[in-house]
Design a protein around this ligand. Sequence first.
Ligand SMILES: Nc1c(NC[C@H](O)[C@H](O)[C@H](O)CO)[nH]c(=O)[nH]c1=O
Ligand SMILES: CC(=O)[C@@H](O)COP(=O)(O)O
Length: 164
Amino acid sequence: MATQLKNLSDFSGTTIPSAAPFSFAIIAAEWNTEVTLALYNGAYQALVDNGALPENIQAHWVPGSFELTAAADMVLKATAVDAVICLGCVIQGETRHFDFICDAVANGLSNVAIKYSKPVIFGVLTPDNQQQAVDRAGGKHGNKGIEAAVTAIKMTALAKTLGI
Ligand SMILES: Nc1c(NC[C@H](O)[C@H](O)[C@H](O)CO)[nH]c(=O)[nH]c1=O
Ligand SMILES: CC(=O)[C@@H](O)COP(=O)(O)O
């Protein structure tokens, strides 16, 4: 398994641009709040640890991961943020609802990023069970929120280099 015995949030030895010039929106889903709050805290702290100014980080909470796409579109339409970090946790249930949510969010966020030519980061856990979620929200496999924040910084730096 790709993540076996790996902390996917270990960026030691890598170069991360300063986030000081950039502005961010973090949008998190309320479903599985104990997980998504850990993702949010990881993302926020990773932004600040890499130089982002607290006043340049806005936060929004939506009911569920399915709403992340619409919220990202609203934020980019209404504000001038450089990047949007979307955080959620969709845990497999008894039906195919999981599949529809995950597919809709993954495809939807990609479309919003292309629509606005802005980084829209997919920081949504899609685990089979609660333990897999906890392991990726500050557990043995790291924190997907940290990974999402670092990705937002790197993609924003790319956009600025390209003059976007
Ligand atoms: N089961 C999970 C959901 N379901 C709710 C949807 O995201 C959405 O809010 C609803 O279908 C109304 O549009 N959301 C999660 O984020 N995680 C889940 O495990
Ligand atoms: C993953 C979900 O959408 C959650 O509502 C559980 O779904 P299910 O009704 O398939 O157990």
